[in-house]
Design a protein around this ligand. Structure first.
Ligand code: C2E
Ligand code: MG
Ligand code: MG
Ligand code: MG
Length: 288
């Protein structure tokens, strides 16, 4: 009977909802614990390369959570939980501080760090970043903050105010995952950003979805006409990187070039490995 079938469907739905909410509460509790633990939450780094010369120009800091039983938990899962649970400001502060400290001596132009719209809505955000950079001794021009379109659509005006203040300091702003949100190409000119990061769904549509090459070419051309730089995300094949280079996309990021890696590995890649220090000190230690 339709009525009873409907009712039991609701019952199942209700159970699934309960299970989901239960899991979310568990994750939230475990995330709080993880943030106190000192080893579960880490920062990994993915290199960014100039498309033309293939030079390593910067790195993007990406949060990683290694759960003691469940293994790696994706930031796509725990960042939204942190945002809702009021934990994102502490997490954001941690990743920014850690990335600034760890990358201080790296031979890179740009340290890119993701910022949640929730953080940017705090009127004190720009000042906190400024103080942190000053304390650690990082040139603001070296920092690029990656924001999403939701931060630029904020009606309170706080995000906009923070972005203005940060840019005045010399911090650059990148619009992350461009093309997935509300912004049209036409809005690009009004946005207070320095760079557009083209969402990986477009890059991965090359050769599959007829329009994606054309869309990406149009984004790159328009961005350049407005004086913005462009980065393509999710570059996984040489065909993709060849086309992106051909249309003049400025920078490339993706598994083809490198996956996000732990700090020891990025330091090896950059040739600033601690092993050098150990080598130099080894003879003296042996002499003792
Ligand atoms: P995002 O900022 O767009 O970061 C790029 C994501 O694409 C990363 O996923 C990276 O591992 C992945 N990626 C890079 N190259 C490729 C590729 O060639 N193919 C594929 N399939 N994926 C690639 P990840 O590290 O899982 O992070 C997911 C999202 O979580 C980030 O997307 C960002 O929105 C958020 N996130 C990560 N760390 C932070 C953080 O410290 N703060 C905030 N607020 N958000 C963060
Ligand atoms: Mg990003
Ligand atoms: Mg992105
Ligand atoms: Mg993303």
């Amino acid at each position: 009977h339709a009525k009873t079938a409907g009712r039991s469907r609701f019952a199942v739905f209700g159970k699934e909802m309960d299970a989901m909410l239960q899991q979310r509460r568990t994750l939230e509790r475990e995330l709080r614990e993880a943030m106190k633990s000192d080893v579960q939450i880490q920062v990994h780094y993915q290199p960014l390369y100039s498309a033309k010369e293939g030079r390593l120009t910067g790195v993007e800091a990406l949060l990683r959570w290694q759960h003691p039983e469940r293994g790696w938990i994706s930031p796509d899962i725990f960042i939204p939980i942190a945002e809702e649970a009021g934990l994102i400001e502490a997490l954001g502060e941690f990743v920014l501080r850690q990335a600034c400290l760890e990358s201080r001596s790296w031979p890179i132009q740009t340290l890119a760090v993701n910022v949640s719209a929730v953080e940017l809505r705090n009127p004190a955000y720009a000042m906190r970043v400024a103080k942190l950079l000053l304390t650690i001794g990082v040139d603001p021009r070296r920092l690029e903050l990656e924001v999403t379109e939701s931060a630029l659509m904020d009606s309170t005006g706080h995000c906009e105010h923070n972005i203005r203040a940060l840019r005045a300091l010399g911090v650059t702003i990148a619009l992350d995952d461009f093309g997935t949100g509300f912004s049209s190409l036409g809005r690009l000119q009004q946005l207070e950003v320095d760079r557009i990061k083209i969402d990986r769904s477009f890059v991965q549509g090359f050769g599959r979805s007829a329009n994606d090459e054309e869309i990406v070419r149009a984004i790159v051309d328009l961005a350049h006409a407005k004086g913005l730089r462009t980065t393509a995300e999710g570059v996984e094949t040489t065909e993709q990187s060849d086309y992106l280079r051909h249309i003049g996309c400025d920078d490339l990021q993706g598994f083809l070039l490198s996956r996000p890696v732990p700090v020891v590995e990025i330091e090896r890649l950059l040739g600033v490995s601690d092993l050098l220090v150990v080598d130099v000190e080894a003879p003296a230690n042996r002499a003792k």
